[in-house]
Design a protein around this ligand. Sequence first.
Ligand SMILES: [Ca+2]
Ligand SMILES: [Ca+2]
Length: 184
Amino acid sequence: MIIYSLSGPGVDQPPVGQFGVDSHTGYVKIFTTLDREKIPFYTLTGIAKYQDGRKAEKDIELKITVLDENDNPPVIVAQQVGYVEEHSATGTVVMKVLATDADQENTINSKIFYRIKEESNRAGLFVINCHTGEIMVQRDINREVSRFISILHFISYFLMQLILFILSVKACSPELSSQISVTQ
Ligand SMILES: [Ca+2]
Ligand SMILES: [Ca+2]
């Protein structure tokens, strides 16, 4: 009869106890929830011995890849500020919203989709590029009209509060979305 065992980080080295093997069948099992954002790959050693302790075969290398789930919401850099002059031409870039997502790069799980929350942009003064996060002027902005939106302050520029609502494309559920206020 052959007895199977495992060794390596994730088994008998930190983080201990994540994987184990059925000593009779050789099936590898997990005992904890894995987090790809902490450890994306494991390399374990599979060992097969006879009951008397002799090796039944050469140790084998078991490479395990943890597949990604979309379990991280986008994180938006706080306190982003943009400025725009009155009467800027349509298409003028006001600012680019910066955000990151810890899920696997270049996959749908880390793809960020940007939009401006409708109630913060009722006058339709701004439009956002949903892929890049660039906010652009969509309609002629003058201070007199803007006064009725949510003006905070005037200098030579005007400042207006926009709420940006950012969602991941795949999971549009609220727990995977982030929201910030952007002062312009
Ligand atoms: Ca994500
Ligand atoms: Ca993930």
